[in-house]
Design a protein around this ligand. Structure first.
Ligand code: MN
Length: 751
C-alpha cells in the first residue's frame, strides 16, 4: 500500500461535531415551518438514521449520515418541504441500505412516513441508461406520484445531492447517473416548477459528461463578466431611476443563463460564444403586497418599455395565466441601445420564490399547512392528470414508450384556449382543434368534424394559438382515422385515437371473420385453424386478424376464396400424385388408376389432361403426340409413364416386347377443345394439290378440319379451310407447312 491510498486517520470526535453542526443547520432552516412536536420528530428521525448508518461511509470517505442530512436540507431550503418530508428525507436510505424494515419505520414514525419511504425504496437503484429496466423504474417512480408527490420531491433532492457529489464516483457510474439525470430528473424538476434545481441538474450533467465544453463556457462567462455587468448597469440605469420614483421596493439582477442552456444555444445556432447575445436575462423583482402584485408588475413593464422598444412577439404574461407548474412572471424582450435583444423578467418576491422552489413555496404564501394546502392539491391533481394520460394502457405500452410519452409532456410548453362558455383549457403548445376536442371528452374528439376558432371554420388539424376560443363541431357519422395521428400532439388525444381505431379495427376483424365463415360454408369448406392459416398466407397477411381485417374492410373480396379453394385442391392433388416409382407393369398401374377413378367404365384408362394432377406422365419425344392422336401409355423403368402415338416408330417394338408395360390411354375431351380458325390458301392449280393440302392438315398435324371449300378458276386454286387448332403457334406451324406444299404461294388466316 502506498501513501496516497493509505486510510486517512479519522478524528471521530471532530466528525461527531461536524454531524451535529450539519443537523443544527437543518433545524435552523426548518424552524419557520415547525409546530408542536415537529422538532422532536425530526430529532428522532435524525438519531434513528445516524444509528442505522453509523458504520457506513460514502464513497468519498465521509460519514454516510451527511447524505440524508444534505437531502433533508435541500428538501427544506430549496424545495420548501415540511416536517414529514424532512423525516422521510433523513430516513430515505435506511430501509434499502440497513437492516431496518418498512414495518420498523411505520412503528416508529407512523404510516405516512412509512409509505413515502416505501415509495422511495421501490424506485431506488441504479439502472442502465436506455434499457427497459430503467424505463420500468422510471415508470414506477412516476406512478408513485399518485400516492404522494413528496416521494418524487425527496427523490429529486436525493438526486441533486448525488449529482453534487458525483466527483467521488467512478467514471462509468458518473455517466450513468448523469444520463439518467438529464433524461428524466431534470425534465421532471422542470415540470414541477423547480427551476433552480432543474438548472443545477443540467449544469452538473454537462460538467461530468462534457467537461471540456462546460469548463470552456464557464471560463468565457467569467471572462466576459465585467463587460456584461457594465452593459447591464448601463441598461438598467434609466429603469432604476423611474422605478425609484414609484416608491416600490425592488431588486434588479442581471443573471447569466445556465451553462447548459448556453451550451444548447451554441449547439443549435452553430454560432461562436462571442456572437450569442442573450446570455443573460435582466430580472426585476418587486417587493409588494400580494393584492398589488399585478398592477405593480405591469407598471414596471410600462417603465421598461418607455426606455426600450419591446418585441411584440416576445411578451409572455404568466401572471394573468400562470403556467400549470405554478410559474408566474412577466417576460418581455426589448431592444437595447446597442442593438441587442435583452430579455426582461418582471415578477414579485413571491413569484420569484415559486419560480425557484416550485409550487411547494406557494403554500407559504397561501398561509396553508404545508401538507394539506389547497395549492399543492390542485398542483398534484394536475400532475396526476398528466400521468393518467401517460399511464392509460400501460399494459399495452412498453415502459420505454411510456417514459418517452411522459417526457414529451414534461418538455411541452402550454397554449391557453377557451371553450365557447369561456372556460380556460391549457393544452400543449402545437395542440390542434382535434386535441382540444379530445381534451373536452373522448366522444367529442371521436366525432369531431371541424371546429370554429374565433368563429371561423377551421379543419381538425388547425393549430391553436393563445387566447383562441374554440367550438367543436361534431357529427355522428364521423369516425377516428389513422390520419389524425399525424397532427395531434397531446398524448391524451394520441392514446384515445389509437384506442378508438383499435376498437374499430376489431369490428372489421369480426365482420371479416363472419364473411369468411359464410363464404367457406358456400364453398363447402370447414373453417379450421389450418384453413384460416392457409388463407392468411395465401393473401399475404401477417396475422389472421390482419387477414380478417382486410376482408372486413373490403380490401379482399370473398369471391377470391374460390380461387384459393381451387389452388388448394390442385396443390393437394399434386401432393397426392400417384407415384409410379414402384410400378413396373401395366396391370398394377391400371389397378391404381381404378382406385383414383372409382366406379367408371373406363376407370383403367389413363386420361391425358384430366389425370395430370394425379399421375406423373409425359409425352414421348419420339412421336410428339398431340390431342386427338391415338395413343397408348408405356410404363418406363425410371421415367414414369410415357405417352406414345400408336403410329410411333417405336410403337411396334414396345408393344411386342414389353406388352405387360402397356396401358390404355386417351385424351380427355377437355383437351380436345380447340378454337376454330379459317385459312385461305391460294396457288396454282395442279392435279393432286387438294390431296396434298388435306394430307398436311389431317395426317401431318392431326388437326380436325371442319370444312373445306376449294374453288379453281383459270388455273388459280383457292381453298377456304375451317379447322380446329389448340392455339396460334399451332396454327402458325400449320401455315408454314402448307406454304411448303408445291404450288401454294400464299396462306392467310381469316376470321
Ligand atoms: Mn440517497
Amino acid at each position: 500500500m502506498n501513501a496516497t491510498t493509505a486510510e486517512p486517520v479519522i478524528d471521530l470526535e471532530q466528525e461527531r461535531q461536524e454531524i451535529l453542526k450539519r443537523y443544527r443547520r437543518l433545524l435552523r432552516a426548518a424552524k419557520p415551518l415547525l409546530k408542536d412536536n415537529d422538532a422532536k420528530l425530526i430529532k428522532k428521525a435524525f438519531n434513528t438514521s445516524a444509528e442505522a448508518h453509523k458504520n457506513m461511509r460514502r464513497r468519498s470517505g465521509e460519514p454516510y449520515i451527511y447524505h440524508p442530512l444534505a437531502v433533508a436540507q435541500i428538501a427544506v431550503e430549496e424545495i420548501g418541504l415540511g416536517t414529514t418530508s424532512i423525516v422521510a428525507a433523513l430516513l430515505h436510505d435506511v430501509v434499502e441500505d440497513t437492516d431496518m424494515t418498512i414495518a420498523d419505520i411505520e412503528r416508529l414514525f407512523g404510516q405516512k412516513v412509512a409509505r413515502i419511504i416505501d415509495g422511495l425504496t421501490k424506485i431506488s437503484g441504479i439502472f442502465e441508461y436506455g434499457t427497459s429496466q430503467q424505463a420500468e423504474n422510471f415508470r414506477k417512480m412516476l406512478l408513485t406520484l399518485s400516492d404522494d408527490v413528496r416521494v418524487i420531491l425527496i427523490k429529486l433532492a436525493d438526486r441533486l445531492h448525488n449529482m453534487r457529489t458525483l466527483d467521488s464516483m467512478p467514471r462509468d457510474k458518473q455517466l450513468k447517473i448523469a444520463s439518467e439525470t438529464i433524461y428524466i430528473y431534470a425534465p421532471l424538476a422542470h415540470r414541477l416548477g423547480l427551476y433552480a434545481i432543474k438548472s443545477e441538474l443540467e449544469d452538473l450533467y454537462l460538467k461530468h459528461v462534457e467537461p471540456e465544453a462546460y469548463k470552456d463556457i464557464a471560463r468565457k462567462l467569467r471572462e466576459t463578466r465585467l463587460a456584461r455587468d457594465r452593459f447591464i448597469n448601463r441598461f438598467i440605469e434609466p429603469i432604476e431611476q423611474d422605478l425609484a420614483e414609484t416608491g416600490i421596493k425592488y431588486i434588479v439582477k442581471g443573471r447569466p443563463k445556465s451553462i447548459y442552456s448556453i451550451w444548447n444555444k451554441l449547439n443549435k445556432s452553430k454560432k461562436p460564444f462571442e456572437e450569442i447575445y442573450d446570455l443573460f436575462a435582466v430580472r426585476i423583482i418587486l417587493d409588494i403586497p400580494s393584492d398589488e402584485e399585478k398592477a405593480a408588475c405591469w407598471r414596471a413593464y410600462s417603465i421598461v418599455t418607455d426606455h426600450y422598444k419591446p418585441n411584440p412577439d416576445r411578451l409572455k404574461d404568466w401572471i394573468s395565466t400562470p403556467r400549470t407548474n405554478g410559474y408566474e412572471s412577466l417576460h418581455t424582450t426589448v431592444m437595447s441601445k446597442t442593438g441587442q435583444w435583452v430579455e426582461v423578467q418582471i415578477r414579485t418576491e413571491r413569484m420569484n420564490e415559486i419560480a425557484e422552489k416550485g409550487y411547494a413555496a406557494h403554500w407559504k404564501y397561501k398561509g396553508n399547512d404545508t401538507q394539506t394546502g389547497a395549492g399543492i392539491e390542485a398542483w398534484i391533481s394536475q400532475v396526476r392528470d398528466m400521468l393518467e394520460t401517460a399511464t392509460s394502457n400501460t399494459d399495452k405500452k412498453t415502459a420505454i414508450e411510456f417514459v418517452d410519452d411522459f417526457r414529451s409532456n414534461l418538455y411541452s410548453e402550454e397554449v391557453f384556449v377557451f371553450t365557447p362558455k369561456g372556460d380556460l383549457k391549457v393544452l400543449q403548445r402545437g395542440a390542434t382543434a382535434l386535441d382540444f376536442a379530445f381534451d373536452i371528452h373522448t366522444q367529442i374528439g371521436a366525432h369531431c368534424m371541424a371546429a370554429k376558432v374565433n368563429n371561423t371554420l377551421v379543419p381538425l388539424s388547425h393549430v391553436l394559438q393563445n387566447g383562441d376560443q374554440v367550438e367543436v363541431i361534431t357529427s355522428n357519422r364521423q369516425k377516428p382515422s389513422e390520419d389524425w395521428l399525424r397532427f395531434v400532439v397531446t398524448s391524451k388525444a394520441k392514446t384515445k385515437i389509437k384506442d378508438l381505431i383499435k376498437e374499430d379495427n376489431r369490428r372489421y376483424v369480426t365482420d371479416g371473420r363472419d364473411l369468411v365463415q359464410k363464404k367457406l360454408r358456400v364453398l363447402r369448406m370447414e373453417m379450421t385453424n389450418e384453413v384460416i392459416n392457409q388463407l392468411r398466407a395465401y393473401f399475404g397477411s401477417k396475422t389472421t386478424d390482419d387477414f380478417f381485417y382486410r376482408v372486413g374492410k373490403g380490401h379482399i373480396d370473398v369471391q377470391e376464396l374460390k380461387k384459393f379453394k381451387a389452388e388448394k385442391e390442385a396443390r393437394e392433388n399434386r401432393q397426392n400424385k400417384l407415384s409410379t416409382d414402384n410400378i413396373q407393369d401395366g396391370k398394377t398401374f391400371e389397378k391404381e388408376l381404378k382406385k383414383i377413378h372409382g366406379e367408371r367404365a373406363d376407370a383403367d384408362m389413363l386420361l391425358i389432361g384430366e389425370d395430370m394432377d394425379k399421375i406423373d406422365y409425359t409425352l414421348a419425344k419420339c412421336c410428339n403426340p398431340i390431342s386427338g392422336d391415338d395413343v397408348f401409355g408405356f410404363v418406363t423403368i425410371n421415367d414414369g409413364i410415357k405417352i406414345h402415338r400408336v403410329t410411333c416408330p417405336n410403337a411396334v417394338e414396345l408393344m411386342s416386347n414389353h406388352g405387360n408395360r402397356i396401358i390404355k390411354a386417351k385424351w380427355t375431351s377437355q383437351k380436345e377443345l380447340a378454337f376454330l380458325a379459317g385459312l385461305r390458301i391460294t396457288g396454282t392449280d395442279r392435279v393432286g394439290l387438294v390431296n396434298d393440302v388435306t394430307r398436311v392438315i389431317s395426317n401431318e398435324l392431326h388437326i380436325n378440319m371442319r370444312s373445306v371449300t376449294i374453288d379453281s378458276k383459270d388455273g388459280i386454286f383457292e381453298g377456304i379451310i375451317k379447322l380446329y387448332v389448340n392455339d396460334t403457334s399451332h396454327l402458325e406451324t400449320l401455315m408454314r407447312k402448307l406454304e411448303r406444299v408445291q404450288g401454294v404461294f400464299e396462306v392467310v388466316r381469316f376470321d
